[in-house]
Design a protein around this ligand. Structure first.
Ligand code: NAP
Length: 456
């Protein structure tokens, strides 16, 4: 069976599901198309009330929802609870701001009235990853629900319980059938759904591999797509950094969610004068983590999400070392049954090293020594990815100047990566295109329909 959740802490199989049948897919497409039609004439205020109820459901069922995520993909229970809160905030945000973002805009033009209406495109498909099983879905569902685009969800195959739970919560809050339909699709079925004339667009968050496939099928069928892909984010430290803040921010920027975050800081770029101290402090912080049961509050580093994920990371680290990288800390096996990976620090990575331009999806930090700020910026930009970055300096103007030269979709100054409903999320280069969250995200699958009325 292709949809299967295995607890990465206990290695126990939690649940398994068959792929969707042809009949289930047809029913989902038809229901979505009919609902989109119904929403064209229905007041948006009805959906506002429902989305607020969805937020409320997330808050009241927080413990159960967090536990499902922790059991299916291993994240720390505290991080899972924060994720549920963030989902509720995203739902509330789009419920509150939809009228403002979808208000028609008038364009000044000569001898005519020009108005742009923001109309729904119709049903879309969302292919989502396992690393934030509820938040990734909410990023797509909440804005599109308010726009009036029903969503067909194809979630990652290792978190089927999370997929079913979010669909159930949305239904329990009163959303009409078809607002979000979870389907366990294989890759061929995804292509069929994208190609179906009732589907108007495809959103994918995940790897370059998945992104390329979905974008290819969307392109062949002339459907709009958005891609939120991986990253190899730089963490650029400037010489005038506040060191206390640096040592507080850096370890979490790499280790949160066990390093399995697209916008995690993966490459630490450190000025010569600070390099030795930084490596020593990062080592000390990594050595302090407590691996164990992610359901326990005292655990500070969870297992990776799957055996496959651990094997891939181990292979990448082995290849890096073979190509000359130095292991400053980590890489030893962890004496626990789950899919644990010891936090690891690699240095001496040259541009020829295979991992130089790869995403390491786990608790592995690469540290680079640079001799100047120019070299730091150049190194930060020497990547096929362009998702996020962090710049650390005690002079905010200095940090801003440097951040603005980094080729990324998001840069955070004196703060690790973060995500809030009002902040646009997305990248450039191989990190994808389009934005989620914020007003930009809400307009991703909107027909900005111009009406030009000549004044005679
Ligand atoms: P993934 O393998 O690409 O999977 C993402 C989704 O796409 C899953 O539902 C997956 O289904 C599906 N998929 C994969 N290959 C496909 C194909 N050939 N055709 C159609 N669908 C396909 O990515 P992942 O390993 O789950 O997630 C980790 C990646 O996501 C990392 O690179 C991370 O940086 C990135 N990410 C990016 C963002 C962002 O906002 N930029 C946020 C979070 C994560 P199956 O599970 O069935 O394979």
């Amino acid at each position: 069976m292709s949809y299967k959740a295995v607890n990465p802490y206990t290695n126990e199989t939690l649940n398994e599901y068959e792929n969707a049948t042809t009949q289930e897919i047809e029913a989902a497409l038809q229901t979505a198309a009919e609902l989109a039609k119904q929403w064209e004439t229905e007041k948006r205020s009805n959906r506002k009330t429902i989305l607020q109820a969805v937020a409320q459901q997330f808050r009241t069922q927080k413990a159960a929802m967090a536990k499902i995520m922790t059991q299916e993909m291993g994240k720390l229970i505290g991080e899972a609870e924060d994720e549920v809160d963030l989902c509720a905030n995203i739902a509330d945000y789009f419920a509150e701001h939809a009228d403002e973002f979808l208000e028609p805009t008038e364009i000044p033009t000569k001898n005519a009235k020009a108005v742009v209406l923001k109309q729904p495109l119709g049903p879309i498909i969302a292919c989502e990853p396992w690393n934030f099983p509820l938040y990734q879905v909410m990023r797509i569902f909440a804005p599109n629900f308010m726009v009036g685009n029903p969503v067909i969800l194809k979630h990652a195959s290792i978190v089927p319980g999370s997929a079913r739970k979010i669909a159930a919560i949305i239904e329990a809050a009163g959303a009409p059938t078809g607002s979000l339909t979870n389907l366990f699709l294989d890759y061929d079925q995804i292509a069929e759904v994208i190609a179906d004339p009732r589907i108007t667009g495809a959103a994918l968050t995940g790897s370059e591999r998945g992104g390329k496939e979905v974008a290819k099928v969307a392109g062949e069928n002339l459907k709009k797509s958005t891609l939120e892909l991986g990253g190899n984010d730089a963490f650029v430290v400037l010489e005038d950094v506040d060191k206390d803040l640096l040592y507080q921010v850096a370890p979490a920027a790499r280790l949160a969610n066990t390093g399995q975050t697209c916008t995690a800081s993966k490459r630490f770029i450190i000025p010569d004068a600070l390099y030795d101290e930084f490596v020593q402090k990062l080592t000390a912080a990594f050595a302090e983590v407590k691996m164990g049961d992610p359901l326990l509050q005292e655990t500070t580093l969870a297992p990776l999400s799957s055996k496959k994920g651990k094997e891939k990371l181990q292979k990448q680290v082995d290849e890096a070392v073979e190509a000359g990288a130095t292991v400053v800390y980590g890489t030893q096996p962890v004496d626990l049954p789950g899919q644990f990976f010891m936090p690891t620090i690699l240095t001496d990575i040259t541009p020829e090293n295979p991992v130089f331009d790869q995403e390491l999806f786990g608790p592995v930090a690469q540290v680079y020594r640079v001799k100047s700020e120019e070299e730091a910026i150049q190194l930060a930009n020497n990547s096929r990815y362009g998702l996020g970055s962090v710049v650390m300096s005690s002079d905010p103007e200095h940090a801003f100047r440097v951040a603005s030269q980094i080729k990324a979709g998001m840069s955070f100054v004196n703060h690790g990566w973060t995500s809030l409903p009002e902040l646009p999320f997305g990248g450039v280069k191989n990190s994808g295109y389009g934005r989620e969250l914020s007003e930009s995200g809400m307009l991703s699958f909107v027909n900005e329909h111009l009406i030009y009325e000549a004044k005679n």
